[in-house]
Design a protein around this ligand. Structure first.
Ligand code: B4P
Length: 182
């Protein structure tokens, strides 16, 4: 079974939903940069104050902040991990490579979750988080196309990427992912 995984996909594809489930059943460390940033906002830290307005606009928080969070969690962790929502652009992907070289670890699988925009928007409006109104969702989708989508060919070239259709029930999608994880 693969132990070092990335979940990639547009906002609302269900990365968090599936990552939580898989990490719990396989004993992997689940690192969601979105959840970690929201925890900083809730705790009112300096980092949280900096991230809050950026997230509310649907833009990406600065690479430096996100990288510091990921580095601090991965250093000193020797078991498997699942990165959910990170990396989100090429700068973060290159920084992750450098970090993993330092730690003598390698990504084993990148799971791309694909879903039509209409369904993404419907799911996010149903979730109703602070950054889930239609205008912000549309902007997050644009940011995804511009900044995150280039990671698809980046990881495909490295022969790490497998895509799944992210429609259907949570259980059906979990099954598709399990087949890839092995
Ligand atoms: P994230 O927290 O990563 O959230 P997301 O992409 O919007 O959602 P996800 O795909 O995880 O969907 P979920 O399972 O919740 O990002 C939020 C913000 O944080 C970003 O916009 C950015 O500002 C910042 N950020 C995060 N990481 C960053 C980074 N690396 N660099 C810079 N900034 C960063 O599912 C969505 C909804 O669908 C839920 O309501 C769920 O219940 C529902 N759902 C899931 N599966 C379903 C199914 N099969 N059927 C029906 N509904 C389903």
């Amino acid at each position: 079974m693969k132990q070092r995984l990335l979940f990639l996909g547009p906002p609302g594809a269900g990365k968090g939903t599936q990552a939580e489930r898989l990490a719990a059943s396989c004993g992997l460390l689940h690192l969601s940069t979105g959840d970690l940033l929201r925890a900083e906002v809730a705790a009112g830290t300096d980092l949280g104050r900096e991230a809050e307005a950026v997230m509310a606009r649907g833009e990406l928080v600065s690479d430096g902040l996100v990288l510091a969070i990921v580095r601090s969690r991965l250093e000193g962790h020797s078991g498997g991990w699942l990165l959910d929502g990170f990396p989100r652009n090429l700068v973060q992907a290159e920084a992750l490579n450098t970090l993993l070289e330092d730690l003598d670890q390698q990504i084993e699988l990148v799971v791309l979750m694909e879903l039509d925009d209409d369904l993404l928007i419907q799911r996010l409006l149903g979730r109703g988080r602070a950054d889930d109104n239609e205008a912000v969702i549309r902007h997050r989708l644009e940011v995804y196309r511009q900044q995150t989508e280039p990671l698809i060919s980046y990881y495909r070239q490295r022969q790490l990427l497998e895509a799944i259709e992210a429609s259907g029930s949570v259980e059906a999608i979990a099954e598709r992912i399990l087949v890839l994880v092995g």
